[in-house]
Design a protein around this ligand. Structure first.
Ligand code: DMJ
Length: 549
């Protein structure tokens, strides 16, 4: 009894003088964020400097042998990361590199990595309010982007308008080229090619990407589902089974992000139908399985590392409760294996026998970043810390960061993908320091390249979709619309109970261990259902949102 009273007094004192017993938790949080962002900065430069020493100007670093691989994919990312330090030199190197290209590239990869990198870097370089700008810039990157975009166009010259997956940048589509491509391969080009059209005034890039996207959408089933692979000449599906992971992922991402970037209602309508179909036919609790587009029947019960981007997209949509519940499952798997395995068989609760690798993928860090932005729940900072610590313990080598061949043995593989720099490090850094984004309104392409949301690029603002509590920020130059991220809400799910009554339940809700809410430590406290914030154990011994009070 006496102890209880003592705790109550302490609690009251703490409420009145939050710093009475030392620095407040928010102080602690910001010190922790600072320490973590320094850790990530060091990781980035360790990877980047090794790349520059052992691989530049080739595509990707082999960190174990300190050599390089060639697949063109690094070019775009490299330039973006390169701008702050050595801007003029890099632009010139790029110009020389691109003019001599005669290689066969994958259109999708080249688009998201190279064209996206060039377009984004051009926008950053021409923005005088940007701290990245150094020296004089004369649109060299845009010239390169346009040159590359023009080389893409022959790929779209098919009876369907769906582009070939592979194109030779000098000679166009090769004679015996495969006509098979993936949904993401021909449906995730609109952000980069649309931005290129906006910047150059040449509508051909946006038109080509849009025509392909519309054709793809017209091939959906009556359930609003798409397959994974198709034939660009006939417009027939090859693989009818699909999910939200490999071969499809960025198709969904680009429908919604194109709506944000260009404001066209068409994109929203397509996305809205597609999103509902995914939630209806692929979702199983917090997991997403694969299903046949024709009948919605489950085909593969697998979790893949690529699917971990989905909660991030759901945050942009505003479906934060669903995002949070899936994200937790991915975090659980990350902790179980130390990193995320490429494929996990949900029906057998075991790793896929041949896909046990972790190639330094960014998706979990990306979703963690979005969820933290939306909720400011410090728990996501802890998740970020776990990811950073795992990367440093299991993947850091003298020559950079190495992929993991097998998560059961943590055996390394001699490859550092370019997305480790362009995405993994970037999203981790932004999780701990979002100052770059403050007062700005960016979307990130699927390769992590920022593109500003500008009213000038909007056909018109889709007023009917903007809730009344969304804010407009005016500055002298342009009007920006804030994204769903600024809402910081945790919408509850509306469920129908059996007797017809509406029950409201939040997917992020985790009850306290004791029904009387008493506790000895934070571990016994759950997650608040309306704010999605983790509750903590007060000195008085009760779970609650004490920091918020
Ligand atoms: C990235 O290249 C892109 O995000 C792509 O859309 C799929 N995922 C890889 C990284 O895992």
């Amino acid at each position: 009894m006496l102890i209880c009273r003592f705790r109550t007094w302490i609690l009251l004192l703490l409420l009145m003088f939050p710093n009475l017993f030392g620095p407040s938790l928010s102080h602690f949080d910001s010190a922790k964020k600072k320490q973590l962002r320094e850790k990530v900065r060091k990781m980035f430069y360790h990877a980047y400097e090794n790349y520059m020493t052992h691989a530049f100007p080739h595509d990707e670093l082999k960190p174990l042998t300190r050599s390089f691989t060639n697949s063109l994919s690094e070019l775009g990312n490299l330039k973006l990361e390169h701008l702050p330090q050595n801007y003029n030199g890099t632009a010139l190197t790029l110009i020389e590199s691109l003019s001599s290209l005669v290689i066969l590239v994958n259109l999708f990869e080249c688009n998201i990595r190279v064209l996206g990198g060039l377009v984004s870097a051009h926008i950053l370089a021409s923005d005088s309010t940007n701290r990245l700008v150094q020296g004089s810039y004369k649109n060299q990157l845009l010239v390169l982007a346009e040159d590359l975009g023009r080389r893409f166009l022959p790929a779209f010259d098919t009876p369907t308008g769906l582009p070939y997956a592979w194109i030779n940048l000098k000679y166009g589509v090769m004679k015996s080229e495969t006509t098979e491509t993936s949904t993401s391969g021909c449906g995730s080009l609109i952000l980069e090619m649309g931005a290129l059209s906006q910047l150059t005034g040449d509508p051909r890039y946006e038109s080509a990407a849009l025509r392909a996207l519309r054709k793809l959408w017209s091939m959906r089933s009556s359930l609003n589902l798409l397959g994974t692979t198709l034939d660009v000449e006939t417009g027939e599906w090859i693989e009818h089974s699909s999910g939200i992971g490999a071969g499809v992922d960025s198709f969904y991402e680009y429908l919604f992000k194109a709506h944000i970037l260009f404001g066209k209602e068409d994109f929203w309508r397509m996305f809205h139908s597609a999103y509902l179909a995914v939630q209806k036919y692929f979702r199983h609790g917090p997991w997403y399985h694969e299903a046949d587009m024709r009948n919605g029947k489950a085909t593969h019960w697998q979790l893949t590392s690529l699917q971990a981007f989905w909660p991030g997209l759901q945050v942009l949509v505003g479906d934060i409760a669903a995002a949070n519940s899936s994200h937790r499952e991915f975090v659980y798997l990350w902790k179980k294996f130390g990193v995320l395995p490429e494929r996990y068989l949900l029906d057998h609760q075991m790793l896929h026998p041949t896909e046990k690798y972790y190639p330094l993928r960014p998706e979990l860090a990306e979703s963690t970043f979005y969820l933290y932005q939306a909720t400011k729940d410090p728990w996501y900072i802890e998740v970020g810390e776990t990811i950073v610590n795992s990367l440093n313990s299991y993947t850091k080598v003298e020559g950079g960061f190495a992929s993991i061949r097998d998560v059961t043995t943590m055996q390394s593989e001699d490859h550092m993908h370019s997305f480790f720099l362009a995405e993994t490090c970037k999203y981790l850094y932004l999780l701990f320091d979002d100052s770059f984004l403050v007062d700005r309104n960016y979307i990130f392409t699927t390769e992590g390249h920022p593109l500003p949301v500008l009213s000038a690029w909007h056909e018109r603002l889709p007023e009917i979709y903007i809730p009344s509590n969304w804010t407009y920020i005016k500055n002298e130059k342009q009007t920006k619309r804030s994204s769903a991220m600024s809402l910081q809400v945790c919408p509850a799910l509306n469920l129908n109970s059996g007797d017809g009554e509406r029950l409201v339940e939040s997917a992020c809700h985790v009850p306290d261990a004791g029904s009387d809410h008493k506790c000895f430590s934070d571990e016994e406290c759950g997650v608040d259902s309306t704010s999605c914030r983790r509750r903590s154990c007060s000195m008085a011994g009760y779970c609650g949102l004490w920091l918020v009070v």
